[in-house]
Each structure stands twice: as structure tokens, then as C-alpha cells.
Design a protein around this ligand. Sequence first.
Ligand code: RP5
Length: 162
Amino acid sequence: MTKNALFVGVLAGSKSDAPKLEKGLKILDELGIAYRVSYCSAHRDPERLKTTVAKWEEEGAIAFICAAGLAAHLPGVTASMTLKPVIGVPLDAALGGLDSLLSIVQMPPGVPVAAVGVDNAKNAAFLAAQIAALIDPEAGERLANYRTQAREAARRDDESMN
Ligand code: RP5
């Protein structure tokens, strides 16, 4: 992906979300997917979110990962500003994350957000990598290798029980 300077735009509602975001960034690193990160609140600084989304789109963002807790409007507001796929990561900042999950998935028809599980930044990274693989076959190969390794590890776990 880096050869075309394409990247995944990663947004989080607050720097306090960073520890949960890290797990996803590690997966993107392992899969060799380029990304940029910004802490950008949809509520505290919507103007900055708007300029960041527009700038990243212009500079080659192929998809956005948006992580937020509480009234998690960051993914939905980002989706309203771009036609690129937006992956929402609901974070557990209260109520077990159910508040964030519902805030993210209940989008009006025509402005979808693809949501992953609560605190599951890893799956957001995998989904972003799958989107990257649509235009970058090498990213697809790395993903396939990852799945092969995961399958083999699961079989080893099973075999160690017998
Ligand atoms: C959300 O509110 C953020 O995404 C975070 O999960 C939560 C708390 O934010 P801080 O008050 O820690 O900045 O907008």
C-alpha cells in the first residue's frame, strides 16, 4: 500500500482512547498497512474533524477507522463527510460500551458505518486491511498469511490437549 501512498485514516474521540486504539494499530503494523492517527472529537472540535477528513481524503485515505466512547458520534459524523468506508469502534467508557455501540450502528439509511465489537480495534484493523486488499494484492497476501498462521496456532492448541 505504501507504494501508492494510500493509507487508512484512524481517528479517536480523545487521547484517553489511545490504549484501546493501540491494539488495532499493532495489527495494521503487522499487516504492513499504512495509516495516520489523529485525536479529533466530533463534539469538542467538529471543524477540525471536517478539515482532517477532507485533507486525508485528498491525500489518499482509502477508509477511516473511528473509535469513540460514550455518545460515540465520531464514526457517524465522519461518514457524513466522506464516501470512503467508515469503520466504527465502540469503546467501553460507560455502560459496558452498549451506549457507544448503539450510537455507532444506528445510522440513517444512506450513511452507513461498519461497526465492530466493543473495544475491538483489532477487527477494525483487519477490516481496513481487507478494504486495502481490494486495491493492493500484496496486502491481501499478508492477510491470507495471517489467517493461515492463526489457523495453525488454533490447531496446535487443540493438538496440545490430546
Ligand atoms: C468520547 O468520550 C471519547 O471517545 C472517549 O471515549 C470519551 C471520554 O473522553 P475524555 O473525556 O477522556 O476526553 O468522546
